[in-house]
Ligand binder design. Structure first.
Ligand code: ADP
Ligand code: MG
Length: 297
């Protein structure tokens, strides 16, 4: 596995990409080149230093799931082979290989499709107060990290830069994208989650929850799966062997980073502090062992 560090692309003769928290996005009109960098965020801030090879792990996991979900829904992936990218990208093959995808550009739906199989994060906070998650009434007596009887679809709005996503009810989601489409993405999201959860648990990983994005393909009007799929950046991954309801769980990948930031009492206001070398290398090992478990590589 190549683990050269790429914190941001700097391709001087290509148009400047849009930069998300983790990905650099080159807009080719009807297609995009998504480059997964080694940037890492914690507590909603991008940290000053990256984790070498993290982007490669994430890109590979997404590619794996795009292939595995192909019979449930079409997706945006065209190729991960840089030789098949438009020619102007070829001279950057060294940086791009293993961490980039050529995808169909879509009109993204204006909601994020979250599925929760376990009670954690904002879902747990809401349940503690009201017994509901995104307005859905759950059984009484659940604990933090409890497994839900059946997974729930808990959409959120897409926050504009710097803002936090906001959980919304299914009815509100229907108001934003229309009832028919909302029902469709709800059902597909739950089907994908169920399949992935069952796959991952056998590999020692609990996928507690995850976020999908869908878009409408311009030329066909078809609904397709976009963005990244079932990565540790878009999901909560917990190690099965440490799992116990009634408390928060250690994340499979970012735990060293979060523990370190807590140990120095960072108040979570940006800018985030630099990570020491041993935290970077331990986190790098975590990502590598995680993909080993998940994909048997
Ligand atoms: N096929 C696609 N068509 C259009 N937009 C897409 C597609 N796939 C992903 N995106 C968008 O590209 C961005 C990915 O970059 P990312 O680093 O994840 O950004 P963010 O910080 O917003 O999560 C997201 O805004 C996502 O909605
Ligand atoms: Mg994203």
């Amino acid at each position: 596995m190549g683990t050269n560090l790429l914190e941001r692309t700097d391709f001087s003769d290509l148009p400047e990409p849009a930069r998300g928290k983790v990905r650099d996005i080159f807009d080719l009109g009807d297609m995009l080149v998504l480059v997964t960098t080694d940037r890492i965020s914690a507590y909603d801030s991008i940290l000053p230093n990256g984790i070498p090879g993290k982007g490669i792990v994430l890109n590979r996991i997404s590619e794996f799931w795009f292939n595995k979900t192909g019979d449930l829904i079409k997706n945006h992936l065209i190729t991960t082979d840089v030789d098949d990218f438009p020619h102007e990208f070829h001279k950057y093959a060294n940086e791009l290989e293993g961490r980039s995808m050529l995808v169909k550009k879509t009109r993204p739906l204006e909601i994020e499709c979250i599925v929760r199989g376990y009670l954690s994060g904002s879902g747990w906070n809401e349940y503690k107060d009201t017994g509901t998650v995104c307005g859905i009434k759950l059984t009484e007596g659940l604990l933090e990290s409890s497994k839900l009887e059946s997974p729930v679809f808990t959409p959120s709005t897409k926050a504009v830069e710097g803002d936090h996503d906001e959980n919304i009810s299914f009815e509100t989601a229907c108001g934003i994208i229309g009832e028919e489409l909302a029902e469709k993405v709800r059902d597909i999201s739950i089907n994908i989650y169920n399949m992935a959860r069952d796959y991952a648990i056998d590999k020692g990983i609990i996928i507690a929850d995850t976020k999908f994005e869908f878009g409408i393909e311009e030329e066909t009007g078809e609904l397709i799966l976009i963005d990244e799929v079932l990565t540790p950046d878009s999901s909560r991954f917990w190690p099965v062997e440490d799992y116990e309801a009634g408390r928060g769980q250690k994340s499979f990948d970012k735990q060293f980073v979060r523990d370190y930031l807590n140990s120095i009492n960072w108040d979570r206001t940006p800018p985030a502090p630099e990570l020491p070398a041993d935290i970077v290398s331990k986190t790098k090992e975590k990502y590598e062992s995680m993909i080993g478990y998940l994909l048997n590589v």
